[in-house]
Design a protein around this ligand. Structure first.
Ligand code: SAM
Length: 257
């Protein structure tokens, strides 16, 4: 998968070079490029923001640097032939997905991560200040499949933290990135439920014991216990998940709640 991220703080994305995703890039499973939006400005101060029409607090990201940066992304992703820096010529039949992190977007979920992991390319546009001039999204609609996506119902200073979370959630689903693919099936949200509690050695620690069933070696009983724990935990912590659990990537339709 090819991922392009545009940000005024490219260094913010540096942790994506570490750990499993770093290895995925070394192994050629993921090709990640981070672009500095200020490289697409032409004034001495490399200005990317201006005051909002209609007044109000804060600044808004200017449209033109975004158009130039996203045109370069289209060329890098092979979606258009031609010159970045000019209004990109032929629009590809396949519009690449452009994710615009925004607290006003659809909330990111594990199901969305699975869906996006199927894409050959993804682009992310990290907003700052009060956000990006809305006309950039209108313009981008003709070139990308634009998806405003929120990390959750709170406001961050910029899109970079949201992009790190999304790229990590998507990247770990790419084939070969996580050593044992079984671990993707047996985790929170894969089947729409929260994961069961996990334990490791020693079996008795400071007066707290591992549940007996996990020491029994009886795989059927362990599986039943784990499902029961998933249901209990989900009902206690996130009861609203129980309704949609069967529609999740590894939903168990026959589950009795
Ligand atoms: N004025 C915007 C609003 O109220 O919707 C918030 C702007 S926020 C200070 C600056 C940038 O941070 C946004 O453009 C977006 O890129 C990012 N951001 C903030 N909260 C986010 C969230 N919950 N999910 C994803 N991105 C977020």
């Amino acid at each position: 998968m090819r991922i392009d991220v545009v940000s005024i703080f490219p260094d913010y994305l540096a942790p994506l070079r570490l750990s499993l995703l770093g290895r995925a890039q070394e192994d050629g499973l993921l090709d990640l490029a981070v672009h500095d939006l200020r490289d697409f400005t032409f004034d001495r101060h490399r200005t990317v923001d201006d005051t909002p029409y209609g007044g109000g607090a804060g600044m808004v990201m200017k449209a033109e640097p975004w158009a130039l940066a996203l045109e370069q992304v289209l060329v890098a992703q092979g979606a258009v032939a031609g010159n970045a820096g000019h209004d990109a010529g032929p629009v590809a039949a396949r519009r690449p997905v452009l994710i615009v992190p925004s607290p006003a977007g659809a909330v990111f979920t594990q199901a969305m991560a699975y869906e996006l992991a199927e894409e050959p390319t993804l682009a992310f546009a990290c907003g700052r200040y009060e956000g990006i001039d809305e006309r950039v999204l209108e313009w981008a609609e003709q070139r990308f499949e634009v998806r405003p996506v929120s990390l959750g119902d709170y406001v961050l200073n910029g899109g970079e933290v949201a992009v790190m979370a999304m790229v990590e959630a998507i990247g770990r689903l790419l084939p070969g990135v996580v050593g044992n693919p079984e671990s993707l099936v047996e985790e929170s949200h894969a089947d729409g439920l929260l994961e069961y509690p996990v334990y490791t050695k020693p079996s008795s620690w400071r007066g707290h014991d591992v549940p007996e069933v996990l020491l029994s070696g009886n795989h059927g009983k362990i599986a039943s216990w784990r499902l029961e724990q998933q249901l209990r935990r989900t009902a206690a912590r996130r009861p609203e998940l129980l309704d949609g659990a069967d529609a999740a990537p590894f939903g168990k339709a026959e589950r009795a709640v």
